[in-house]
Design a protein around this ligand. Structure first.
Ligand code: MN
Length: 230
């Protein structure tokens, strides 16, 4: 077989393994921590909702390294959203929450970077969020830790510092829809496949970064994600 031009296969390193995790689809959960939903002007437990980023929007940052994210075009309000990312190792549809965690290969720290001004314009007009969410370099991610080595990440501290100061700090246990419930909802709508990533949602404290800012994202038990806006 030959290709007209070289194909690209986005992938993420796996801690302790020589193989990389090939990425299929990148699902994101909207407004999945109560205090973030409130800061975005919503209250209550609405059903989970999802959007997608193309896999080539990932910025893969190795443990101990500092990645770079170019400041994107068209925005003057680029927001950080620190998130726990689940990496699906075994696909399926109609997965029940009680069985869901067996489909998770591992976990990583991710950022769902958002052109908030453009997202807001689209929301007002009832149009898709793509331009606000699914742009190049919008999905920084650190290495994947296999689930059996990741510790209790579903109850871990999650935080983001910008230039050494706390912007976001919460615990993953405050997710409105926990990971197992999220997988149940997602796999009712899509047949999950090995290689899918799920950005599980961000806690309160989202805010803007500018060129030069250094973001350090953390979920206890996983390698930090360090990335500079350039
Ligand atoms: Mn998000």
């Amino acid at each position: 077989m030959s290709y007209l031009f070289p194909p690209t296969i986005p992938s993420v390193p796996i801690v302790g393994r020589s193989e990389r995790f090939p990425v299929n689809r990148v699902y994101c959960v909207g407004r999945n921590y109560e205090d973030h939903a409130k800061e975005m002007g919503f209250t209550g437990r609405e059903p989970p909702f999802f959007f997608l980023k193309p896999a080539n929007t990932l910025v893969v940052v190795n443990a101990g390294e500092t990645g770079q994210m170019p400041y994107p075009t068209l925005t003057s309000n680029l927001h950080h959203e620190i998130e726990l990312v689940a990496a699906i190792g075994k696909g399926g549809k109609g997965i029940k929450a009680a069985d869901a965690l067996a489909h998770v290969f591992g976990y990583a720290v991710g950022l769902d970077m958002t052109r908030r001004d453009l997202q807001g314009d689209m929301k007002k007009q009832g149009r898709p969020w793509c331009i606000g969410k699914a742009f190049e370099h919008s999905a920084p991610i650190g290495p994947i830790v296999p689930a059996e080595q990741a510790g209790d990440v579903l109850n871990a501290q999650i935080a983001l510092q910008v230039n050494g100061k706390d912007r976001q700090r919460s615990t993953v246990s405050k997710l409105i829809w926990n990971l197992a419930e999220t997988i149940e909802h997602l796999s009712a709508a899509w047949e999950l496949q090995a290689g899918d990533l799920i950005y599980t949602g961000t806690p309160e404290g989202v805010g803007a970064v500018v060129s030069g800012d250094l973001m350090v994202g953390s979920v206890a038990g996983l390698p930090d994600l360090r990335i500079q806006v350039v």
